[in-house]
Design a binder for this molecule. Structure first.
Ligand code: PSU
Ligand code: MN
Length: 321
């Protein structure tokens, strides 16, 4: 049964009914992650990339108090143009947005929730939220991690930015039973750089192998997500040392200005963007395109595993009860 708060775009609905692969995409990366108009342009290129790789894109957001799975180019441009004027919406914020009738950009956590309601099991993003540096004092741990613990979905990312404590982020995921799969790598990537010095749980060399792990996990009744870490292409990567200065300056300024809560991640991202100029924006665009292509390949492989004549959405929906 489709949730009555949710609007699924006709093209996405048809694809799901036919068992055709679909890839969910988030919208905080559009409104809070990049400047206009590059944000909207990138979001449209990402959708195109998903299509080229054989799947249907479903960009997720909240518009006028409705959950949306699949946006029009106009709606994407609107979210990009509004930028940080649009509310950043995570799990906590969802019910309020629905009753106030506002617009919202969805984080990894809330995108997972909405994709799940729509019956989409694969989602591409840039970087996930995680355990912040200093979390032992601040207790700042992104709701993205809790969502990965409970919501059945493969989330394809380029790792996480080292504004976070990557070691604690991986510990948290282990505790909550979230497999971290490195795509053609043994190392957990650090967003702009391919290396973090930390290992992934398992290396996977092809999308079909990842699809089999998804299927086995959910057939076993092990609810929750899988994190697929896809390193930024070599040619676009920025060495860790080059980023470290910008990251420590951003962290120091956040500390001085006492920036906390949901404002912290966007503040750090914008600061680093400003300090490293066009270089980090360019890297950001390339890695999300790269993730979209891999997510589409995984969605295709997962759809191929499902029995013929059994629509993907129905089966996936049933499994999560
Ligand atoms: N990290 C990035 N880019 C992003 C985000 C995080 O490198 O765009 C966004 C994502 O939408 C993510 C959210 O879900 O920030 C996490 O915010 P918080 O740490 O407040 O949970
Ligand atoms: Mn936080």
């Amino acid at each position: 049964m489709v949730n009555h708060y949710l609007d699924i775009a006709p093209e996405v609905k048809d694809a799901l009914n036919e068992g055709h692969p679909v890839v969910a995409l988030e919208s905080t990366i559009i409104s809070h992650g990049m400047p206009y108009p590059q944000n909207a342009e990138t979001a449209l290129r990402v959708e195109q990339q998903v299509r080229t790789a054989g799947a249907i894109p479903a960009t997720i957001a909240i518009l006028g108090g409705r959950l949306k799975a699949g946006l029009s180019p106009r709606e994407i441009d609107y979210l990009g143009g509004q930028g940080v004027k649009v509310a950043k919406v995570s799990r906590r914020d969802l019910p309020v947005l629905l009753t106030s009738g506002g617009d919202g950009a969805t984080t990894v956590a809330s995108t997972m929730i909405i994709a799940r309601l729509a019956g989409i099991p694969v989602f591409a993003t840039g970087g996930i939220g995680g355990v912040h540096r200093g979390a032992a004092q601040t207790m700042d741990i992104s709701a993205d991690l809790q969502e990965l613990a409970r919501t059945n979905m493969a989330v394809i990312c380029a790792g996480a930015k080292s504004i976070l404590d990557l070691e604690l982020t991986l510990e948290y995921l282990e505790t909550h039973g979230v497999p971290v799969l490195g795509y053609q790598t043994e190392e957990f990537p650090a967003f702009y750089s391919r290396d973090s010095g930390l290992p992934v749980d398992y290396r996977m060399d092809d999308p079909a192998a990842i699809a089999k792990v998804m299927n086995a996990k959910w057939e076993l009744g092990l609810d929750g997500g899988l994190l697929v870490a896809n390193p930024i292409p070599e040619a676009e990567a920025i060495p860790k040392a080059d980023m470290e200065d910008a990251i420590s300056r951003a962290l120091a300024e956040a500390d001085t200005k006492a920036i906390k809560g949901k404002a912290l991640t966007p503040f750090l991202l914008a600061k680093i963007e400003a300090l490293t100029g066009g270089r980090s924006l360019q890297a950001n665009i390339q890695l999300i395109l790269n993730n979209a292509a891999l997510a589409a390949a995984i969605a295709v492989a997962y759809a191929n595993l499902l029995p013929k004549g059994n629509p993907l959405s129905a089966r996936y929906g049933q499994e999560a009860g």
